[in-house]
Write a protein that binds this ligand. Structure first.
Ligand code: BTN
Length: 255
């Protein structure tokens, strides 16, 4: 039916030339109680203070890549299950990029998109709740698309163009990503998401392979086995399975 299949994600796009961060811009609008419909997208040609996870910066050559934020009102997700949103978004992006490249991309927990050992995209989800009540979620997405040279100081990074040699129109890619995210989001909302967790886990970078991690002060070698309900990473070390939160573990990068 028509109402159901109508696309809402990316129907309204606010395109900016230059902004600090599209996530900030969207949160700012909302904090001024500006009514915005679900699916509104803020995209920018250039961010001068693009943000990544763990207070990292997100650097992107102006005009070459996708940097955008998508507004969602996921009030049907219980506060304890917020990671379901990360899962839905990352499998959607991973599928689109895998489709374009024709070879499998991986999801580096919690939601980086990796090709080979190099980062192709990143997601910064900011869930804003007051108590147990959802206000909104800002899904910030950066994908390296047509940029081919990266600063020496940024290691293990790639782009679609570096991988395939082709250039991609940003608006088409944006539309494709919005449609894929919307599909997964609707599945989540309609309880049709039984396969999301399995898709996410089976696409995890380094799943079931021995890998070196830093946890707290020490280095451990372990194998990722999945994530738990709260989105903590499950790593098998020896015979034990440990779970780690966001700031408790990092990967030792492949040479
Ligand atoms: C990460 O890899 O740590 C996440 C990167 C997320 C970058 C995107 S670009 C659009 C949106 N606005 C931001 O400031 N960050 C996200």
């Amino acid at each position: 039916n028509n109402t159901f299949s109508r696309l809402f994600a990316g129907q309204k796009i606010i395109a900016l030339q230059r902004v600090d961060s599209t996530n900030n811009y969207l949160k700012n609008l909302l904090s001024k109680s500006k009514p915005l419909t679900e699916g509104t997208v803020i995209m920018a040609e250039e961010q001068f203070d693009g943000r990544g996870q763990f207070n990292n910066k997100w650097l992107s050559e102006p005009g070459k890549n996708l940097t955008f934020s998508l507004l969602l009102y996921p009030s049907f997700i219980s506060p304890n299950s917020q990671f379901l949103l990360n899962i839905a978004v990352s499998i959607a992006i991973n599928d689109v990029l895998t489709g374009i490249i024709g070879q499998e991309c991986k999801i580096k927990w919690p939601n980086d998109i990796i090709f080979g050992n190099n980062k192709l995209g990143g997601v910064l989800i900011e869930n804003i709740l007051s108590g147990k009540q959802w206000k909104y979620a800002v899904i910030g997405i950066g994908i390296n698309v047509n940029q081919t040279s990266f600063s020496e100081s940024i290691k293990n990074v790639t782009s679609l163009k570096k991988i395939t040699g082709a250039s991609y129109p940003l608006n088409n890619l944006l539309a494709e990503l919005c449609a894929a995210i919307e599909t997964r989001y609707r599945e989540l909302r309609d309880n049709q998401c039984a396969q999301h967790y399995g898709r996410y886990v089976s696409n995890l970078y380094r799943l079931n392979e021995p890998h070196k991690f830093i946890t707290g002060e020490s280095e451990v070698i372990g194998k990722i086995t999945g994530v738990d309900q709260g989105g903590r990473l499950l790593v098998k070390v020896g015979d034990d399975i440990h779970s780690y939160g966001l700031k408790e573990i990092s990967y030792v990068q492949e040479p």
